[in-house]
Design a protein around this ligand. Sequence first.
Ligand SMILES: [Zn+2]
Length: 350
Amino acid sequence: MPEPIEIPEENRRNIIFETDPGDGIVQEIKQHIRETGEPHTWWGHSHTKPPPGSKPIYLDEFEIPAPKDVNGVAPCPCCPHDSAKYKKGRIAWFPQEMVIRLVGKDCFAALDREGHDDAVVEMRKRQRRAREIAFILSQIPKLPQVLDTARDALPIAQDLDAVEVALKGRLENTLRMRAWQTLGAGELRVRESLTESFQRADGSTGERQIESMRIYARIRGAAILNPLNRPLAPVISKAIERLAEVATDFSDVDHGNLEDTERSRVAKLVEREQGKLRETLEKMGERQAFLSPITINTLRTWGAMPNAELRCIFERDGETLYVGRDQNGKIRVPVGRNVDLSIPRLPART
Ligand SMILES: [Zn+2]
């Protein structure tokens, strides 16, 4: 039989807490466990077996500091014998008896499976609620800054969307150029002829020309040519609309008093819309890079090479982009004035 652990005499009777112990007591218990490693010596712990029908409310969970290979450290009032039974435990308040018992994580289930399961579900709900409240409270003060960023980004996104539509239309419909297929990977390739020797059937050596592709340069911004792209500005407009509503309606309500479903909805909305904004700003940066001097110049040099995979013209003169197959056939793509503005950044996530 395992070694019994000594329980202080004061803890062998019920110590009464008339009301819900609250967060102060929970913190005190967890500190006691961190410092002593002995839940059973906390002054308010009742080391008495729960009588039939007594239902727990799990206030929180804890883990007793102990080496990894040690499973049991503390004795548990739900279990027979006062030997080292558990390392992971729960703070259980029994409102009918008005006592707190520090017990093994799942020990109470052996006495009352249903009471245990219900208490776990309730605890998870309370924890989620606390997390959501903390999240909303941390995000709401940042919303004005998030909204400023989104409003600054909107005209840039609108101009980027417009130039993308115009550019793709010219390339595909007017010029019949397969720009995405050729440039999509961001690689500008040139054809190269190599001379290769080979052995003929009669044993003599011959030479033949083989063609291969070599990467001449890489460009940033080819993402703008992707046919699957969706416009970016509407995502930003929607985010502004939704986040502005939250900023107005939920800035000074008591989030603890909201209906659970309403609070969850707000927390999810804030997280989702900020995520979409972040993603959209990133895409704007990628697509904007196509119109940068470095990409346009690289394209122009490459497109004029006789062995370029795609002979083409890309030139930019301020608010006009010229595209075509040769100098005689180039056509204009208007470039909005906001396209080159630097893309604003969202405040840090935490
Ligand atoms: Zn136990």
